[in-house]
Ligand binder design. Structure first.
Ligand code: GRF
Length: 199
């Protein structure tokens, strides 16, 4: 088999999107393999998922280093060591260090649980997003996969898919409907990117 793109996935929480990328990689729906999972939270369940799959993990917390520069150097060294070519943010709640954004520009993706450019930006994550969609009375929502630059939720949109907003939705029911579709479009968008379909 031709060598597959090496992907690092960054998580902060449950990692259900990480799981969808791992599963797609196993079935050949994603032309890449997850070689490293990075988390800024020691207790992120995503780390457990990685361990269950035999994927190496790295807990990246600024507080574990004497200064930020040293932390970033360590992260860059890890990415280098694992020969990472793509970075997929999957529920990662921190900004990626600028150095990483520069080095991997065009090869960093994120998934957001709303139809960007609506409901994006700093502070727009998790239930805040779905609450805002419901408060606005929108009739549809859905996830967006986009490229990552230095600004939250700002890069080029690669793929979006709409889901209906039901009149009796709560932030939780809407989140669940969107999340289901996230698991379909994240592997699809990343696969497209790796295969050069967005150039
Ligand atoms: C997803 O809703 C994603 O859109 C957002 O964070 C959530 C992560 O969920 N960026 P999970 O950790 O992948 O289950």
């Amino acid at each position: 088999m031709a060598s597959r793109a090496k992907i690092a996935v960054f998580v902060s929480g449950g990692g259900s999107n990480l799981q969808s990328l791992i599963d797609a990689s196993k079935t050949g729906k994603l032309a890449g393999e997850i070689v490293l999972v990075v988390s800024n939270k020691l207790k992120a369940y995503g780390l457990k998922r990685a361990a269950n799959e035999g994927i190496d993990t790295f807990v990246f917390r600024y507080k574990d280093f004497s200064d930020k520069e040293m932390a970033v150097r360590e992260l860059m060294a890890m990415l280098e060591e694992y020969k990472v070519e793509y970075i997929a943010l999957a529920g990662y709640l921190n900004l990626l260090p600028e150095k990483a954004v520069k080095k991997y520009r065009g090869k960093i993706t994120n998934i957001h649980p709303a139809l960007l450019p609506k409901y994006g930006g700093k502070g727009m994550y998790g239930h805040f997003v779905h609450e805002a969609v419901l408060a606005a009375g929108d009739k549809e929502s859905g996830p967006t996969v986009h490229l990552v630059d230095e600004i939250y939720d700002n890069g080029r949109i690669l793929l979006q898919r709409k889901v209906p907003v039901e009149s009796d939705d709560t932030p939780d029911t809407l989140a669940a409907r969107v999340l289901k579709v996230e698991h379909q479009i994240y592997p699809e968008a990343l696969d497209n990117l790796i295969k050069g379909k967005y150039s």
